[in-house]
Design a protein around this ligand. Structure first.
Ligand code: PLP
Length: 236
């Protein structure tokens, strides 16, 4: 199906899921995850109204960014980022939604200072505690260290939490993980820590975004359902 039609359909599903949960549909942002798809697909999604895009690899996006000039777009880095690529990430993106270490946060702040830029960031939580996944574990000292260090990062705006739950065939399987992330967000927000905002809850992908919205997601990251299946044989 064409990209524009997919977007209309997904927006309808977002609307209904929000209503079911007694939430305002406008409280849920749709991010188009365009990793592995060419610049042309991004232009098509842009023409259909998309303004928030997620990419997960610096090198791949850097090539696309060079040929795209789309006013008003927010580019979000959503993949694992090595701290030695922090500078490049700050150049290319307006937000990094996958901050998973103190070291990375420090590097991003330093790079943002140099470029005189404010960078919006989310802390990525590994809700399922999966060894193969990046992300901070929920009750870790690592997370606590970041929360307490935030006031010294003048150029970072910590805005909330992000997660990719363990994959289950049935999207309902993700519900307890989404709920856990929301509870964790609420617990952090209740502490009213300086320089920590917890407005954003980025959770839900193509196959489970409706469940995520029912559990409080404010940003769903949708790739496959917008652009089609990714070519998994393609080189990263
Ligand atoms: C690829 C990716 C998505 C989108 O996944 P789909 O299942 O294609 O919607 C969302 N979030 C992250 C972090 C991703 O890497």
């Amino acid at each position: 199906m064409p990209i524009a039609q997919n977007i209309v359909r997904i927006q309808g599903q977002i609307h209904q899921a929000a209503r079911r949960a007694g939430r305002m549909p406008e409280s849920v942002a749709l991010m188009a995850v365009s990793k592995t798809f060419p610049a042309e697909a991004i232009r098509e999604a842009y023409a259909a109204g998309m303004r928030v895009f997620g990419e997960s690899r610096i090198q791949e996006f850097s090539g696309k960014a060079g040929v795209l000039d789309l006013p008003g777009v927010q580019w979000h880095m959503i993949g694992h980022l090595q701290s030695n690529k922090a500078g490049k990430a700050v150049e290319l993106f307006s937000a990094v939604d996958s901050v998973d270490s103190l070291r990375l946060a420090e590097r991003l702040n330093a790079a943002a200072q140099q470029l005189n830029k404010q960078l919006s960031v989310l802390l990525e939580i590994n809700v399922g505690g999966e060894a193969a996944k990046s992300g901070l574990s929920a009750e870790s000292q690592g997370l606590e260290d970041i929360l307490l260090a935030a006031p010294r990062w003048t150029n970072l705006e910590i805005s909330g939490l992000m997660t990719v739950p363990p994959y289950t065939e049935d999207p309902q399987g993700a519900r307890p993980y989404f709920r856990k992330l929301r509870e964790q967000r609420d617990a952090i927000a209740a502490r009213k820590l300086p320089a920590i905002r917890m407005d954003v809850l980025s959770m839900g992908m193509s196959h489970d975004f409706e469940v995520a919205i029912e559990e409080g997601s404010t940003c769903v990251r949708v790739g496959t359902a917008i652009f089609g299946a990714r070519d998994l044989t393609a080189k990263p």
